[in-house]
Design a binder for this molecule. Structure first.
Ligand code: NAD
Length: 416
């Protein structure tokens, strides 16, 4: 958000690199160069004190050659058009790399939800969905939660959109409460996907996971579930941080008890049997796997040189800047890229949409099994693209897989 470079340009440069590695048809590259559409809207909201505030929002639809657009909506005071465009493009490549029949989109509303009353938040949410209603729909563009939006807001979205259309439109968003057509297994999906990818990578690159040491930055939805599932595989979670501080224990931390502590106290800080660790210290810890699961741009040109982990697994979106990526590559650190590592979330969102379309619902076990198959297949496709090419890292390999699928669909649809 306050980063010195342009987000969309960073994604475009990755596409350039992958395109060069696979000799992509330049017409495909041209078609992907800019998002298909960005809708900018003004959302008037009647505030509790009787005043009117007009909020700004965006919905960016990057590319839909593979299927309806898909991507979250964030409520954030610094949400900007360039960032929303970059995140929409990431969704295009993420959906393609895991083989989902979706295109990429993202939305943002400039607001600080902490400053809004519940009623104001509801009116803003309903106003935003009304404003973008002409370009969304179960077969057109399917939003989902992102930063500062949640299942409750998705419920308001469904309700407002259904009123507008005059019929129940459950499939217009994913990430809904279970009672409204949400999917079992969605909460843990991203963390579970991170675990499957690590498990497959460990087999491919020869890392023993039993006793492998892991540091996790961020203990929210993604970080806490990833830590729990990796702990269940026999890994040792040696450090965890959140926005308030962090904890370290060389003998390992039980993430289940840590979550209970965090729920009780509001932070991972002061968990019994641990010593404090700062965010910067965590990123530089000696460990097998470092999992950034908090925010973008955490590993930068400034601190990547001090990373001592063997692997960095990007559970967050865009946690590594291009400068840090180069430094990590020189140091021989294996980076498993975000578009592969954290794709479990959108995969189960896809399952939610499929279940809504069928109006028939799966058990948590069925969801997990299907998620495992998709994540394993995606890892294997990326690993194959990596192994077949010289001088290509896993990030570029993931983009190669995505671009191959996008190019094939463009050809099949007669776009190129
Ligand atoms: P969340 O809000 O549930 O948790 C974020 C965690 O990061 C919290 O523990 C917070 O305290 C911590 N944090 C924030 N700032 C920090 C800092 N400066 N230092 C250390 N910790 C900090 O969010 P989430 O849903 O877990 O998402 C985390 C990341 O994963 C984001 O980049 C998000 O875009 C990405 N992601 C999420 C999903 C999903 O399904 N939730 C899917 C794909 C990608």
């Amino acid at each position: 958000m306050s980063q010195p470079y342009r987000h969309y340009e960073v994604v475009s440069q990755l596409v350039q690199k992958a395109a060069a590695a696979m000799k992509l048809d330049p017409r495909v590259k041209e078609l992907l160069r800019e998002p298909m559409r960005t809708l900018k809207v003004s959302i008037p909201v009647k505030m509790d004190d009787g005043s009117i505030r007009v909020f700004q929002g965006f919905r960016c639809q990057h590319n839909n050659v593979l299927g309806p657009f898909k991507g979250g909506i964030r409520f954030h005071p610094e949400a900007d058009e360039d960032e929303v465009k970059a995140l929409a493009a990431l969704m295009t490549y993420k959906c393609a790399v895991v083989g989902l029949p979706y295109g990429g989109a993202k939305g943002g509303v400039l607001c600080d939800p902490r400053e809004l009353s519940e009623g104001e938040l509801e009116r803003l949410s309903r106003g935003f969905i009304r404003a973008i209603a002409p370009i969304i729909g179960p077969e057109q563009d399917i939003p989902a939660p992102d930063v500062n939006t949640n299942a409750k807001i998705m419920g308001w979205f469904v309700d407002e959109y259904s009123v507008l259309r005059g019929s129940y439109q459950r499939g217009v968003v994913t990430g809904k409460p279970i009672g409204l057509g949400g999917s079992e297994g969605r909460d843990g999906a991203t963390g579970r996907g991170v675990m499957y990818v690590i498990r497959e990578a460990a087999a491919a690159f020869g890392l023993e996971l039993r006793g492998a040491t892991i540091a996790v930055q961020g203990f929210g939805n993604v970080g806490s579930y990833a830590a729990k599932f990796l702990h269940d595989l026999g890994c040792k979670i040696i450090a965890v941080t959140d926005i308030f501080g962090g904890v370290y224990c060389k003998d390992g931390i039980d993430p289940y008890s840590l979550k209970e502590h965090e729920m009780r106290t509001g932070s991972v800080k002061d968990f019994p049997g641990t010593t404090p660790v700062s965010n910067e210290e965590l990123l530089a810890l000696e460990c097998d796997i470092l999992i950034p699961a908090a925010l973008g741009n955490q590993l930068t040109g400034k601190n990547a040189g001090s990373v001592k982990a063997k692997w960095v697994v990007e559970a967050a979106n865009g946690p590594t800047t291009p400068e840090a990526d180069e430094i990590l590559k020189e140091k021989g650190v294996l980076v498993i890229p975000d578009i592969l590592a954290n794709a479990g979330g959108v995969t189960v969102s896809y399952f939610e949409w499929v279940q809504n379309n069928y109006n028939y619902y799966w058990s948590a076990e069925e969801v997990d099994q299907r998620l495992e198959r998709i994540m394993v297949d995606a890892f294997q496709a990326v690993y194959k693209a990596y192994a077949e090419r010289e001088e290509v890292d896993l990030r570029v390999a993931a983009y190669v897989v995505a671009l191959e699928r996008l190019a094939a669909a463009m050809k099949a649809r007669g776009w190129v």
